[in-house]
Design a protein around this ligand. Structure first.
Ligand SMILES: Nc1nc2c(ncn2[C@@H]2O[C@H](COP(=O)(O)OP(=O)(O)OP(=O)(O)O)[C@@H](O)[C@H]2O)c(=O)[nH]1
Ligand SMILES: [Mg+2]
Length: 261
């Protein structure tokens, strides 16, 4: 799940269209509020939140960035006059507590336009080198062609695009299996978090009520509570929580490398 943000007319919707259809189209209208799109590539379903970039919609960005695997910030790299605004918006967004640790991918779009900023200029103008609390990647892009962009070192989305392909998105797609996925992450879900979150209050309520009804002594109560906890933990581990499908209670898994050019 990714969220695409950026100032108006930076090319967010154009990018999403390319990801979704593999076709570049000039035919885009400014987004109102947001546009949600689900794209299936191989074994992976991407959920993409394409947010509107006009000033009146920027206050909702944070809400839609909450809990996603990556935030993609699209910048019109030919519109240098607005870099200051972009810098402000990037840092303002990343300062939100909900976005702690979420990886950031900055795409310098419209690279086909003469006089566009280079990746290094973008890093400097947007002060991306000051972001130290999350993985950051900056890539150039034009006409929504994302072949080289959404690749290896940058996590989730991005595995669906083949690293060395020079083809546009649709043909660059390859299937991702759960075995190729975990190598992008280090760390694992905390067993304590899993265990405690899998215990629900109602488990204890049922237990207390049945203890009272059947006059069960304290030690049995304890053993049964532990048993329920263990079963809950196993259930949680098996069904809900792995590197592809993290559960909300587990700490965010970290991508392995920081790829700031
Ligand atoms: N030259 C050039 N034009 C582009 C590129 N990407 C997008 N555009 C054009 O930029 C304009 C705005 O594109 P959109 O995709 O609607 O931009 P957006 O970021 O979704 O805008 P909002 O929805 O208003 O936030 C369109 O006319 C696109 O055709 C690019 O790489 N190069
Ligand atoms: Mg749009």
């Amino acid at each position: 799940e990714i969220t695409i943000v950026g100032l108006q007319a930076s090319g967010k919707t154009s990018l999403v269209n390319v990801i979704g259809t593999g076709q570049w189209s000039e035919d885009v209208v400014p987004t109102v509020a947001f546009h949600f799109r689900k794209v299936r590539k191989g074994n992976v379903t991407m959920k993409i939140w394409d947010l509107a970039g006009q000033p009146r919609y920027r206050s909702i960005w944070e809400r839609y960035c909450n809990g996603v695997d990556a935030v993609v910030f699209v910048v019109d790299s030919a519109d240098k006059e607005r870099f200051e605004t972009v810098r402000f918006e990037v840092h303002q967004l990343l300062a939100q507590p909900n976005l702690k640790g979420v990886p950031l991918l900055v795409l310098g779009n419209k690279n086909d336009i003469e006089g566009h900023a280079t990746v290094n200029e973008l890093i400097k103008a947007l002060q991306l080198d000051k972001i130290t609390n999350r993985p950051v990647s900056v890539r150039p892009m034009e006409h929504g062609v994302v072949n080289e962009i959404l690749t290896t070192n940058f996590p989730p989305v991005l595995l669906v695009f083949h690293e060395e392909s020079t083809q546009p998105v649709s043909s660059a797609v390859h299937s991702v299996t759960s075995t190729s996925y975990p190598s992008y992450f280090q760390g694992h879900c905390s067993p304590v978090a899993r265990w405690s979150k899998s215990l629900k209050l109602y488990h204890f309520l049922i237990l207390i009520v049945s203890c009272i009804l059947y006059h069960i002594p304290c030690t049995s109560f304890l053993f049964t509570a532990l048993g329920i906890g263990f079963l809950g933990y196993r259930e949680h581990t098996r069904n809900k929580c792995n590197t592809l499908n993290r559960c909300p209670c587990c700490p965010r898994l970290r991508p392995l490398s920081l790829d700031l050019e």
